[in-house]
Design a protein around this ligand. Structure first.
Ligand SMILES: [Zn+2]
Length: 398
């Protein structure tokens, strides 16, 4: 696709979304077939329009996303485009090749593919384009608030200046607010498989950009002993005024010990993934009392543990998220790496959870109430988003 065709496609996406926003701000939203959503509550589950209306209800609902990686929003076509622009060698030359590189079922190999793909971003313009393309996808999905994670060490370690990366990300964040009317905040992630010194350097750099970074978390491969290594850095991040969080992907290395560390020692407000809390029930009361938000994702396709193929992937997440919600935990639905996993953005992800678990509209609204409620926003901003969500729910009931 040439630049003009691409621009036209983006503009078309933008126009579609403007319509959805107009509906959301005023009239009741309609589904693709013109059926009023406000009628859908009258249908039973066996009504032929019920499913279509629910899918539209999900798409047009104002949403928040709390767990999505900037580097994971790079799409295969953009990887090829930037590799050519920046003369990056050693990558597959076509889209199927990029797909194969990113489709590894083993976490360590997947992370290697991820490292290769992010190496195509070099200039401020590259970072800006990738982040702004993602903002357009969020707009199409009516994700009005996003906390976007980024991994500075994956860029600074290959010679990109922290400020080059941040300038591009902040430019996209500001344009998303001004031109698209959606809000994106940035969460810095420290690599669990890099040194404490490297993490401290990232934290030092982040202070220059504090107005744009709301939190500090931990991701990438869970290297043995990372908790001891990064604990002083995370405590320092909190002292500096950042919110703190951490990843515990399913059945990853030492998940039981590290989940306890996050919840009881660091006392984080948020755990990314975290579905193994159902295997460590002694931690559930702590998470419940402190209202820790769990950012569950559905699209992970890899695992280091072959035994998990018996009980892995989407079915595992969809079952666990209901067990967690029933246990009184603050569960949310997120995409993690939407550019990689077959291009599933938040509407499609929530629709997939709906198709699997058969949620009611009220349950779907509750997922978003928990997402806005668990966001790192001021109380006034949270109330405003929650009021908009209530208005959307009420519009469908009239
Ligand atoms: Zn993640």
């Amino acid at each position: 696709m040439n630049e003009f065709a691409r621009a036209a496609a983006l503009a078309a996406g933008l126009l579609l979304m403007s319509d959805a926003n107009a509906q959301f701000n005023g009239k009741p939203p309609e589904d693709a077939g013109g059926q009023l959503l406000s009628e859908s509550h009258k249908y039973g589950r066996d009504h032929p329009d019920y499913r279509q209306n629910m899918l539209h209800f999900i798409r047009a609902m104002p949403k928040a996303e709390l767990h999505v990686h900037f580097e994971g929003t790079l799409t295969p076509p953009k990887i090829l485009e930037l590799a050519a622009r920046n003369n990056i060698e050693g990558l597959p030359q076509d889209i199927p090749g990029i797909h194969r590189m990113l489709a590894s079922s083993v976490l360590t190999q997947f992370l290697e593919g991820l490292a290769k793909s992010r190496s195509v971003m070099v200039t401020q313009q590259d970072f800006y384009e990738v982040a702004y393309d993602f903002a357009l996808r969020q707009l199409e999905n009516n994700v009005v608030y996003t906390e976007l994670m980024f991994d500075p060490q994956g860029h600074t370690s290959r010679g990109v200046a922290f400020d080059t990366m941040m300038s591009g990300l902040v430019q996209a964040k500001q344009e998303a607010a001004e031109k698209l009317g959606i809000r994106i905040e940035l969460l810095m992630q420290l690599h669990r498989d890099r040194s404490r010194e490297s993490a401290l350097q990232a934290l030092e750099d982040a202070q220059r950009w504090k107005a744009h970074i709301v939190g500090v978390g931990m991701d990438n491969g869970p290297q043995e002993g990372y908790a001891e290594k990064l604990e002083p850095v995370m405590l320092r991040a909190r002292e500096l005024g950042f919110h703190i969080s951490g990843h515990i992907d399913r059945y990853e290395l030492d998940y039981e010990k590290n989940l306890a560390w996050l919840l009881q020692t660091l006392k984080v407000g948020r755990v990314d993934h975290g579905i193994n809390i159902m295997d460590t029930p002694q931690l559930i009361p702590t998470a419940r009392e402190r209202e820790v938000t769990f950012t569950v994702c559905g699209a992970t396709t890899y695992s280091d543990n072959p035994a998990l193929y018996e009980d892995s992937g989407f079915k595992l997440y969809t079952r666990r998220i209901d067990e967690m919600t029933e246990a009184g935990l603050k569960t949310t639905i997120n995409t993690d790496d939407p550019g990689y996993f077959a291009g599933i953005y938040l509407s499609e992800m929530i629709q997939a959870f709906y198709e699997e678990n058969g949620y009611t509209r009220e349950q779907l609204l509750d997922f978003q109430r928990r997402a806005f409620g668990g966001a790192w926003l001021s109380e006034a901003d949270k109330r405003a988003y929650l009021a908009a969500l209530d208005a959307y729910a009420a519009a469908g009931e009239r």
